[in-house]
Design a protein around this ligand. Structure first.
Ligand SMILES: [Zn+2]
Length: 489
């Protein structure tokens, strides 16, 4: 029998963090070049002409959730490059309605197209699709998880207006919980050293796992509320980033770092407004913040650029449209050159600049992966995660990144698909039948050793699985535990 050939190295963009800082700068550089080369003569922020460098390529857009702008802007970008587009935008009449799974669909569509854009209502759907696809997958928005290409447009807009993101004070208002664009956006702001000011609607605060990552992974310092409350009552949370990567370690007292920075929050450079999702928050319309000329009165907002990913409902007053601080239509226009640039890099259209390709489509993750079949042990606790979809879930595994806590005295699990964190769980040893509540047991285990372990949601689940509590010298000491792990793996 002929052996199946190994899939060639490729690249997928599921999260903004799949792109390195250098990749993002490259996208911006190419987008800028396209704007200069193919501008609309009357509107310089808009692409007005086409080229044919992608004439050999086909883009498939696979939209399981209604979207007009994202889909059309991807399709416009591909057509402007001279490529062609095939589209499946009505999941109710497509193969999904007949029960075909994402895993199968992308393996089939990969025969028809060179790159696939996916929009899905489940968190982590794009990551699952990427696990099975041999052609690049671009996440066009998955549940409440991420929307990386929107973030590229947002950051590009900020750069065009303010030149540099470093030290920029960016306020974000509205739904910070359900808005996927915000989750990608805050990571990017942190990476480029902007300060983040959160103004959520009541009950729509940033999810704990996003906050957790901002602090632990992106060097953000949360400023204590008392430090800014008198002048900034509408700000619910404020993160500053150290000017230099090493600065954090030089400032043992976070309060000192915050004092250094808080003086700089006199001026808001950008206000990012998010849509009120009435399908999600039917009962909360009253409390939703509205951004209008009255809100933006006063010196601190005098030069604030106003961004919105659109469409808007009534959280952003149409009377602002002619205000020179309004940037949202330009921001929308940049969607085309930005997506042209990303496609160009993924398809290697310009030999000078391309994205590095990796086996499996992603750079090697910096965390070890715990990986068990989907009927063994703990499951993701985000109910909207793709792993809980009855049909799709069978293609997903119980897969988590093992992330050390900031003090390195324990660990938490981050869902491989939706990136939700789980902080409490118990770790069981397959062969020895013991379990421990000490999450540090996962630290310094390589992937081979992790295969010897099963993680359960709680002690009851571990006991039901036939495991007993780990006792060595009657005390659950860490050296004892480490030794026990070592001697059996
Ligand atoms: Zn998940």
């Amino acid at each position: 029998m002929a052996r199946r050939r190994k899939a060639p190295a490729t690249r997928h963009i599921v999260s903004i963090n799949d792109l390195s800082d250098n990749d993002i700068e490259n996208v911006f550089k190419i987008a800028e070049a396209y704007l200069n080369e193919f501008p609309d003569p009357n509107f310089p922020y808009r692409i007005g002409r086409s080229t044919n460098i992608a004439s050999d390529f086909i883009l498939a857009s696979l939209f399981y959730e209604p979207s007009t702008r994202t889909r059309l802007s991807f399709e416009s970008a591909m057509l402007r490059l001279g490529g062609r587009v095939i589209t499946s935008s009505d999941p109710n009449t497509s193969s999904a309605a007949k029960g075909e799974t994402l895993a199968d669909t992308v393996r089939v569509i990969g025969n028809y197209a060179d790159v696939i854009v996916i929009r899905h209502n489940r968190d982590g759907a794009a990551r699952l699709a990427a696990e099975y696809s041999t052609v690049p997958i671009i996440n066009g928005g998955d549940g409440s998880h991420e929307h990386p290409t929107q973030t590229l447009c947002d950051i590009f807009t900020l750069k065009k207006r303010h030149n540099d993101l470093k030290g920029l004070n960016v306020a974000i208002s509205g739904d910070l919980k359900g808005s996927r664009t915000i989750h990608s956006f805050v990571y990017a702001l942190a990476r480029f050293n902007a300060n983040i000011l959160l103004m959520p609607a009541k009950g729509m605060e940033l999810p704990a796992h996003v906050d957790n990552r901002l602090r632990s992974e992106f060097r953000c310092l949360p400023v204590p509320r008392a430090k800014y409350e008198t002048e900034n009552a509408s700000i619910d949370a404020l993160y500053v980033t150290p000017d230099e990567p090493h600065q954090l370690s030089l400032m043992p007292n976070v309060d000192i770092a915050a004092d250094v920075k808080i003086n700089k929050i006199r001026k808001i450079h950008a206000m990012y407004v998010t849509r009120f999702q009435k399908e999600r928050w039917a009962d909360k319309a009253e409390d939703y913040p509205k951004i209008n000329a009255k809100f933006l009165k006063g010196r601190r907002y005098a030069e604030t650029s106003v961004l919105h990913p659109l469409p808007r409902v009534d959280e952003l007053d149409a009377a602002l449209d002619n205000d020179e601080r309004a940037m949202y239509f330009e921001q929308a226009a940049y969607g085309v050159p930005i997506r042209m640039a990303l496609l160009s890099l993924l398809l290697n259209l310009d030999k000078k600049d391309s994205l590095e390709r990796f086996d499996g489509g992603f750079e090697r993750p910096k965390y070890a992966i715990y990986d068990q079949a989907n009927n063994i042990g703990i499951r993701c606790r985000n109910k909207n995660c793709i792993v809980h979809d009855e049909a799709e879930g069978q293609y997903a595994r119980n897969k988590f990144f093992v992330v050390a806590t900031a003090r390195n005295d324990g660990s938490y699990l981050r869902c491989f698909y939706c990136e939700t964190d789980i902080e409490r769980f118990v770790v069981a040893h397959k062969k020895n039948k013991w379990y421990t509540k000490d999450t540090a047991a996962l630290l310094s285990q390589n992937e081979h050793q992790l295969r010897e372990l099963i993680i359960f949601a709680d002690e009851t689940a571990a006991r039901d699985g036939g495991f007993h509590h780990f006792k060595r010298n009657t005390v659950n000491t860490r050296p004892g535990l480490r030794k026990a792990l070592k001697s059996h793996s």
